[in-house]
Design a protein around this ligand. Structure first.
Ligand SMILES: Cc1ncc(COP(=O)(O)O)c(C=O)c1O
Length: 381
């Protein structure tokens, strides 16, 4: 049996041909493929606008700037996420506060977030960054209600969840990143995610104002629109301090062919999840699925008593399970700063037991059965 990672990309000849074709075309950077990818991605998630960026970390940075975050302003996120969900706030010199997770969905808890907000004076917090952890969509309708009550913005970190949805109280399916409840949605195209661009990301929104700001900030703050003067065809203005956070045409070509396969990929990921759940039901705890939601299953996370034991045991069989995540508030950088170290016991308990099992569309039934056999054998010892 070949080594089995926890996640991997699926690259086909079609993907390779698309990249080669772009390499032979006129534009390697800002050509037609970037716009095509943006239009197709917006259509896929159901948002009005999409802005391609060079990775999701850069997207999160632009997102907090677009929402106007300033020095010392405070934002709430989940401790069970990749550090980038919190780091974006620090890039803008804001403060990151953590609320606890729900112990069954492993998502940012609405109740814990509400308690944290209501324990402080009005205006103390500016925004919330919920994360569709593992591919499970946050119910953003409920977060929106809370955010509206306290005048907060919402950035949905949907890096794990292209193709996932929750169902709102009116019975409408709400795709991750569709911008109906969050101000902005962020996606990552790192190879372990659903759509592989090497590096890459997308910011989605329904706001034209946010869209224009994102375009400006993505490319140095330079524009040819609404200029205060114009010396001729070459002229441009730098109206803000922006960045070079652009995605290339080469990466976008790959993103387009990868995106076209994501529907099938999410179906296969859910087949794999169903097989795991059938094997583990009543024996091993796994991430729960709220009614009428679709988990896009970037990950398949379970909890076991002897997590380190299982991690080491699986490695003996070249099964490379992974841990998602070390709680962000315990990372030395955040621990030292120590913003609002509230009671985060669900996140800490979860970290003691969690382990992510192999989950990717090309995982074969034979490989999955091998993983299940070893996991069951270990926990039955
Ligand atoms: C939840 C989450 N947010 C943000 C990121 C950052 O993505 P990128 O690697 O594209 O910068 C990641 C990457 O692992 C992630 O898992």
């Amino acid at each position: 049996m070949q080594p089995i990672p926890y996640g991997r990309q699926s690259i086909t000849q079609e993907d390779i041909d698309a990249v080669v074709k772009t390499l032979q075309a006129d534009f390697l950077t800002q050509g037609p493929k970037v716009k095509e990818f943006e239009v197709k991605f917006a259509e896929y998630v159901g948002s009005k606008y999409a802005v391609a960026i060079n990775n999701a970390t850069a997207g999160l940075h632009l997102a907090v700037l677009t929402m106007g975050l300033k020095e010392d302003e405070r934002v709430i996120t989940t401790p069970i996420t990749f550090a980038a969900s919190a780091n974006c706030v620090r890039y803008a010199e804001g403060e990151v506060w953590f609320a606890d997770i729900d112990s069954d969905t492993y998502l940012l808890s609405l109740e814990s977030t509400q308690r944290l907000i209501e324990s402080k004076p009005k205006g103390f917090f500016k925004g919330i960054i919920p994360v569709d952890f593992g591919g499970l969509p946050v119910n953003l309708e409920t977060f929106r209600e809370l955010a509206n009550k306290h005048d907060l913005w919402i950035i949905e970190d949907a890096c794990h969840a292209p193709g996932g949805y929750f169902t709102d109280s009116k019975g409408n399916k709400q795709n991750c990143g569709n911008g109906n409840y969050a101000d902005l949605g962020i996606f990552s195209f790192h190879p372990v995610k659903h759509i592989a661009c090497g590096e890459g990301g997308m910011v989605t929104t329904n706001s034209e104002e946010h869209y224009k700001k994102l375009l400006l900030l993505r490319s140095h703050g330079i524009t040819k629109e609404h200029m205060s003067e114009n010396h001729g065809g070459w002229f441009y203005e730098m109206q803000e301090l922006g960045f070079n956070y652009r995605l290339t045409d080469i990466q976008s070509a790959l993103g387009i062919t990868q995106l076209a396969k994501n529907g099938k990929g999410v179906i296969r990921r859910n087949e794999i999840a169903t097989t795991y759940k059938e094997a583990f039901l009543g024996k091993i705890k796994f991430q729960s699925l709220p009614e009428n939601a679709l988990n896009a299953h970037h990950l398949f996370v379970v909890e076991v008593d002897d997590r380190k034991g299982l991690y080491d045991y699986l490695r003996e069989y070249q099964i490379y399970a992974q841990i998602h995540y070390i709680p962000v508030h315990t990372l030395p950088y955040y621990h030292k700063i120590g913003y609002g170290l509230a009671d985060l016991k669900h996140a800490e308990n979860y970290y003691d037991n969690c382990i992510s099992l192999p989950m990717y569309p090309s995982l074969s039934n034979e490989e999955q059965n091998f993983v299940i056999e070893k996991v069951i054998k270990f926990v039955s010892k």
